[in-house]
Design a protein around this ligand. Structure first.
Ligand SMILES: Nc1ncnc2c1ncn2[C@@H]1O[C@H](COP(=O)(O)OP(=O)(O)OP(=O)(O)O)[C@@H](O)[C@H]1O
Ligand SMILES: [Mg+2]
Length: 573
């Protein structure tokens, strides 16, 4: 929590000025009942119209100056809170970008989005209210009480009873409702999560005729949210009636006692009116203060959730920028094991191999055998749980992420494109790529033809996630984006799964023709895609066997089985 305060630094002046102006306004407000009392006791009692007019003018002046102070305070408070949240949003967004893969796995998108939006709004609102009211409300309550005692100590004893009573009610309700607000937030998260899932998975949901179930689930969660909101609302709703009853009884006693004392000549009528006004001021401020405290607790809960995002470990970053550019092996695994956090079994076990510069490596195995896991260790998306992964002769844990990842171009198993144009998507691979370079990369990825057929060519629009392209087209654009990076290591994770055999073969040939000293890792389910590789890693339930196509055919049952099951009727390109 304290961490968040540093984002207030740029708004120090506003944070002082906003409460200050609010206090000035409050001081003016405390004089109003006194002036009104004077109007009654001096002006009206003596029939002095001039005095009444002058005092009324003074009241207008107090109001006008008070308004000016209040507006100034609002301005400073609004500016401070908007600026604060802006800085905080930047920081949180940047931090989420640095989450390690484990944290990305563990944290849901829906809750992160709530934290970036709803929670931020609540914090902004809370800060704004705090700056304006946190000092002002207690000040007015205490100030009005003191003023009441100076007006008439005896009659003001009512205040001494009413205020503690009111405080008990207000703070009691607050204490009950604060934990409830936390539950509301959690329930809201669940509703958002279902809504998001339904929207992103709309097609699948329809294909499996699960609309009704999805609607039911949403209804269930929404009902739960409504129920807790209603319950919380009911408790909070008690606040106004209960405080009003107490205050009104207080006022009745005050007027009764006041009347007796006026009758006895101990108190003026104006003084009774002033006491009544102070009582009303106290009521208004206490109710404001209670809702302020509730807003503040909501905001503090939200700030806690935001702070938790900032506390989430960032991806580990090594320090060294020195790689051995001449190392014989570009990638080396030494007894590497890996288990996902929270998963019982190891996904990879005791894997060792070395890949020389310029070599092509094929990785094959049944689904879930650990292929993606293995290639994800090379750019240190995940860190090995045991053993060492070396890139360019250096342990990846020692290399800085920037240096390490500059050496590697990855086509992930699930191709992700970004909203923009095709050219902009290619810039992800190389910021200053020329049209010729882009064309070359598209040609290697066998994407040139369909890109040229699109309206606008390289400027053709790519929708969010690349949804206006087919699965195979997305894959090829993702390959082109990696190829253009021209890195030492190219990793293709099942990047031709949606391509026909001929296109797959043409793509591999083009990549090989442009390979030079680069190393290529091809993950595939098809032996035809990897049989010509210099080394083939066969993964079976996290264990690896390494060899060439011929060796593995002879010695490895898993490989032989995969190959024979596909060989029939398949051209081996
Ligand atoms: N993020 C994760 N968290 C926990 N376990 C995971 C995670 N990703 C994969 N696994 C598990 O690790 C094992 C290996 O998964 P991996 O994705 O590497 O398989 P794969 O060989 O790439 O499969 P496919 O051919 O389907 O892509 C599987 O048992 C899988 O359930
Ligand atoms: Mg995979």
């Amino acid at each position: 929590m304290k961490k968040l305060l540093k984002y207030l630094k740029g708004s120090r002046a506003q944070c002082v000025l906003a409460p200050l102006f609010k206090m000035l306004e409050a001081i003016l407000e405390l004089f109003v009942p006194i002036v009104v009392a004077r109007v009654i006791d001096t002006g009206i009692a003596n029939g002095d119209t001039g005095y009444v007019v002058r005092m009324c003018a003074l009241l207008v002046l107090l109001g006008a100056v008070g308004l000016a102070f209040s507006l100034t305070a609002q301005f400073f408070a609004a500016k401070a809170s908007v600026d604060f949240v802006k800085r905080l949003k930047h920081a949180v967004f940047a931090h989420i970008g640095r989450f390690s893969y484990e944290k990305v796995d563990a944290s849901g998108t829906a809750t992160l989005i709530t934290r970036m939006t709803g929670d931020m709004d609540s914090v902004q609102n809370g800060l704004n209210l705090t700056l304006r009211l946190l000092l002002r409300s207690p000040f007015v309550v205490i100030g009005a009480m003191i003023m009441a005692f100076t007006v008439d100590a005896k009659a003001a004893v009512v205040f001494a009873v009413v205020i503690p009573l009111l405080s008990i009610v207000v703070f009691g309700i607050m204490i009950i409702s604060i934990p409830l607000y936390k539950k509301v937030r959690l329930a809201l998260d669940k509703v958002l999560c279902t809504a998001r899932e339904s929207l992103t998975g709309a097609r699948v949901i329809r294909a499996f005729c699960k609309e009704d179930e999805q609607v039911d689930e949403f209804r269930e969660r929404n009902d739960a949210l409504t129920a807790i909101q209603e319950y919380t609302g009911r408790i909070s709703a008690l606040l106004n009636p209960v405080t009003c009853v107490i205050i009104n009884i207080g006022i009745a006693v005050l007027i009764y006692k006041g009347a007796i004392r006026v009758e006895a000549g101990l108190l003026t009528q104006g003084a009774v009116v002033a006491l009544y006004n102070y009582m009303s001021q106290i009521l208004v401020e206490l109710v404001k203060f209670a809702s302020l405290i509730i807003s503040i607790t909501k905001s503090v809960a939200c700030a806690g959730r935001i702070s938790a995002v900032l506390d989430t470990d960032a991806e580990y970053d090594g320090e060294s920028n020195e790689a051995d550019e001449k190392s014989e092996n570009i990638v080396e695994f030494r007894n590497v094991s890996f288990a996902y956090s929270g998963a019982g079994d190891k996904s990879l076990e005791n894997i060792s191999f070395a890949v020389k510069r310029g070599e092509t490596v094929g990785i094959i195995g049944s689904t879930g055998s650990g292929k993606t896991t293995l290639v994800n260790l090379i750019p240190a998306f995940y860190r090995a749980s045991g053993g060492e992964v070396l890139v360019s002769g250096v342990d990846v844990n020692k290399l800085s992420l920037e240096k390490l990842r500059s050496k590697i171009a990855v086509v992930p198993q699930k191709s992700v494109l970004f909203k923009g144009t095709i050219r902009e998507n290619m810039f992800w691979g190389k910021e200053d790529a020329t049209d010729e370079e882009i064309m070359k990369a598209l040609e290697i990825a066998q994407a040139k033809d369909f890109v040229m057929k699109k309206d606008g060519g390289l400027d053709a629009c790519v929708e969010q996630g690349g949804r206006n392209f087919s699965g195979g087209q997305r894959q090829r654009l993702a390959v082109a984006r990696a190829v253009i990076k021209d890195a030492d290591i190219l990793i293709l994770d099942d990047s031709s799964s949606a391509l026909d055999y001929a296109t797959d073969a043409a793509m591999r040939r083009a990549i090989a023709a442009n390979q030079g000293e680069k190393s290529v890792f091809i993950v595939s389910q098809r032996t035809s895609s990897i049989m010509h590789a210099d080394k083939i890693i066969v993964l079976d339930d996290g264990h690896a066997e390494i060899g060439t196509h011929e060796e593995l055919l002879k010695n490895n049952a898993v490989y032989r089985e995969i190959h024979l099951s596909q060989f029939d009727g398949e051209e081996s390109a």
